[in-house]
Design a binder for this molecule. Structure first.
Ligand code: AMP
Length: 540
C-alpha cells in the first residue's frame, strides 16, 4: 500500500526557494580578486542566480550539460552552484591545484561545454584551450572593468554575461535523482574519477550535515567554509547554510592566509568554520606570532586527513573547540562526526582527549562495517582493524563514465580504501589508507598513530610516516619531519619522545628532517611521492 503523502522531489531548487523566501536577508560575505569584502543577501544572490540561468539558456545550454568551474570560495561561485544545478545542468567543480594534465583530462572526460574561471586561471586556460574540443566558451568571474587581457576564444566577463538578463526564470521540474554536480577525486593512482552527485543525495546530505549532533547550524550562526568549493562542495556548507539561513563567509583564494582569516572572523563574527588540519595549523601559527585573538570562533570541524591531538589542544588554547569529521569525495563527503556528548563532558580530561581524536560515529544515513581480507565482518571491539565499507543515499554507486569497475560490491557496499576499527559505542578510528599501511613482521603499524603522537613535539611542524623495505621485517616505518618554524630538532630526541606513546616496535627505524613534504592537490601528504623519494633509503 502506498502512503498518501505528496511526492515532492528533493532538489537543490527547493533549498534555493526556501532560502529565497524565508532567509532572504541572511548575508553572504566574500573575498574576491576585485573586492576584499563583497557583501550581499541570499535574496540578492538568488536574483543574480536567475539572471545567470537566463544567460546559460541563451548560450544554448540544456539539461544534463556539464559546466566547469575553476574558482575559489566566493559569491559568484555560489551563484553558479545554484543556477547550473537548478537549471538541470551539472555544476562540475574542478580543483585548480591539480596538475595541468589532470585538469585537461578531467575537462575532456566530463565533456564540459563552458568553463567559468577565476581571473587567476586565465593563463592556464589559454595554454589548454586548443586541446579542449568540447569547450565552447569561457566566462571570467569578474567585471568588464577588472577583466584581464587574454586570448581565450569566445570569452566573456561574468558581470556582462549576466548583466543584461532578466531576473525572472522558470525553473524546470527536476527529478530528484537527476545529476546536480560533479567532482573528480584527486587520483593518487590512475586517472581522476568523477563522482556525480544527484539533487536527492545533495539535499539529504545537507539536511543531515546541519543536524544538532553534526554541524548544529542555526539561523544565528556565521559559517566560514575554509574547505574549497572546488572539492566536494565545501563539505556541503553552500547548501546547508542557505537551508538553515546561516550567514556565509567565503574567503576566496585566501584560504591558507592567517591574516585574512583572522580579519574575516573578527569583522564578520564567524563562530563556526570547517577546514583540513593544514588550515588550522596556519591559523594557530598566525595567532601565536601576531598575538591576535578570534573571540567569536567557538567551533571548527577538522577532517580530510588525520587530526593530531596537539593541533586540537593548540586551537583550544585560543578558545576554539575542534570536532573531528571523516568522509570522502565519494561520500559527498560526510560519513562520521565526533560531537561532544554529556557523558564525554563528565569524563576526565584524559578520557575526553582519548575520545575526541577519533573520527566519530556514523551519521544517520551512512552505514559502516569493517571487514577482513575475506570480506568477513569484523567485531566492533575497538581492537580489530579492517577495511572500512560504507553505504547510504549520498555514497557513490559508480564513477562517471567509469573505465574501471566501481568499488561497490555485489551487496551494495562501497570500499573506502581506508583501514579502521569501530568500538562498542560505534566510534570509528581511521588507522591508515590501505595503500599506506605498513606491514612489519606480519603485523600492521598505523602510520597515522605515529604521526599524531610525534606532532605533539614542539619542534615538529609536519610529520609523515612511510614504510620502507626491510630484509627481515618486510617493512619498517620511516619518520619524515619538517621542523617547526625556527626549530632545529634532534632526530634521536624525536624518536625518544615517542617511547611510551606508541608500541615500542612501532618506533620508526629512522627520523629524517626535510624542508618540505610533498602534498596532493587536496592538501594531503602524498605518501606515494614520499615512498618514491625514500625508496633506496636504508637506516644507518
Ligand atoms: P578525499 O576524497 O580527497 O576527500 O579524501 C578522503 C580520504 O581522506 C579518506 O578516505 C581518508 O583516507 C582521509 N580522511 C578524511 N577524513 C579523515 C580523518 N578525520 N582522519 C583520517 N583520515 C581522513
Amino acid at each position: 500500500m502506498h502512503g498518501l503523502m505528496m511526492d515532492m522531489p528533493l532538489t537543490i531548487t527547493s533549498i534555493m526557494r526556501h532560502a529565497d523566501t524565508v532567509h532572504r536577508d541572511s548575508e553572504i560575505v566574500s573575498v574576491t580578486a576585485d573586492n576584499l569584502q563583497h557583501r550581499y543577501s541570499y535574496g540578492d544572490a538568488f536574483r543574480r542566480v536567475r539572471q545567470l540561468a537566463n544567460a546559460l539558456a541563451k548560450s544554448g545550454l540544456v539539461m544534463g550539460d556539464r559546466i566547469a568551474t575553476l574558482a575559489w570560495n566566493d559569491y559568484r561561485h555560489f551563484e553558479l552552484y545554484y543556477a547550473v544545478s537548478c537549471a538541470g545542468q551539472v555544476c562540475h567543480t574542478v580543483n585548480p591545484r591539480l596538475f595541468p594534465e589532470q585538469i585537461e583530462y578531467i575537462l575532456n572526460h566530463a565533456e564540459d561545454r563552458w568553463v567559468f574561471l577565476d581571473p587567476m586561471f586565465v593563463p592556464l586556460m589559454e595554454q589548454m584551450q586548443n586541446r579542449l574540443p568540447s569547450v565552447e566558451g569561457f566566462v571570467v568571474l569578474t567585471s568588464q572593468q577588472n577583466m584581464p587581457s587574454h586570448n581565450l576564444r569566445n570569452c566573456h566577463n561574468y558581470e556582462s554575461f549576466i548583466g543584461a538578463q532578466a531576473d525572472i526564470f522558470e525553473w524546470p521540474d527536476l527529478h530528484e535523482n537527476d545529476a546536480s554536480s560533479l567532482c573528480y577525486t584527486s587520483g593518487t593512482t590512475g586517472n581522476p574519477k568523477g563522482v556525480l552527485y544527484s539533487h536527492r543525495s545533495t539535499v539529504l546530505h545537507s539536511l543531515v550535515g546541519a543536524l544538532p549532533d553534526v554541524m548544529n547550524l542555526s539561523v544565528d550562526d556565521v559559517v566560514m567554509p575554509i574547505v574549497p568549493m572546488f572539492h566536494v562542495n565545501a563539505w556541503g556548507t553552500a547548501y546547508s547554510a542557505p537551508m538553515i539561513g546561516s550567514k556565509l563567509v567565503l574567503p576566496g583564494a585566501k584560504m591558507a592566509d592567517g591574516e585574512t582569516l583572522v580579519r574575516l572572523i573578527n569583522a564578520e563574527k564567524v563562530n563556526y568554520s570547517l577546514g583540513v588540519p593544514t588550515i588550522w595549523l596556519a591559523l594557530v601559527n598566525y595567532l601565536e606570532l601576531s598575538g591576535e585573538t578570534v573571540k567569536s570562533l567557538k567551533t571548527v570541524v577538522v577532517g580530510g586527513s588525520a587530526v593530531p591531538l596537539s593541533l586540537m589542544q593548540a586551537l583550544e588554547k585560543h578558545g576554539i573547540w575542534a570536532n573531528v569529521a571523516w568522509g570522502m569525495t565519494e561520500m559527498s563527503p560526510l560519513g562520521s562526526y565526533n560531537y561532544q556528548t554529556a557523558d564525554m563532558r563528565r569524563s576526565t580530561r584524559q578520557q575526553i582527549d582519548q575520545i575526541r581524536i577519533k573520527a566519530g560515529r556514523n551519521v544517520f544515513g551512512v552505514e559502516m562495517k569493517i571487514v577482513d581480507q575475506n570480506d568477513q565482518s569484523l567485531p566492533r571491539d575497538g581492537q580489530s582493524s579492517g577495511l572500512l565499507k560504507v553505504r547510504g543515499p549520498w555514497v557513490c554507486s559508480g564513477y562517471y563514465r567509469a573505465e574501471e569497475p566501481t568499488a561497490v560490491d555485489t551487496d551494495g557496499w562501497f570500499d573506502t580504501g581506508d583501514m579502521a576499527s569501530i568500538d562498542g559505542q560505534g566510534m570509528l578510528t581511521i588507522t591508515d589508507r590501505v595503500k599506506d599501511v605498513i606491514k612489519s613482521g606480519g603485523e600492521w603499524i598505523s602510520s597515522i598513530d605515529i604521526e599524531n603522537a610525534v606532532m605533539a613535539h614542539p619542534h615538529v611542524g609536519e610529520a609523515a610516516v612511510i614504510g620502507i623495505a626491510h630484509e627481515q621485517w618486510t617493512e619498517r616505518p620511516l619518520l619524515v619531519i619538517v621542523p617547526a618554524d625556527g626549530a632545529t630538532p634532534d632526530e634521536d630526541a624525536i624518536l625518544a619522545f615517542l617511547k611510551g606513546k606508541i608500541a615500542s616496535w612501532w618506533i620508526p627505524d629512522a627520523c629524517i628532517l626535510v624542508d618540505n613534504i610533498p602534498h596532493t592537490a587536496t592538501g594531503k601528504i602524498s605518501k606515494k611521492d614520499l615512498r618514491e623519494q625514500f625508496k633506496d633509503f636504508t637506516p644507518s
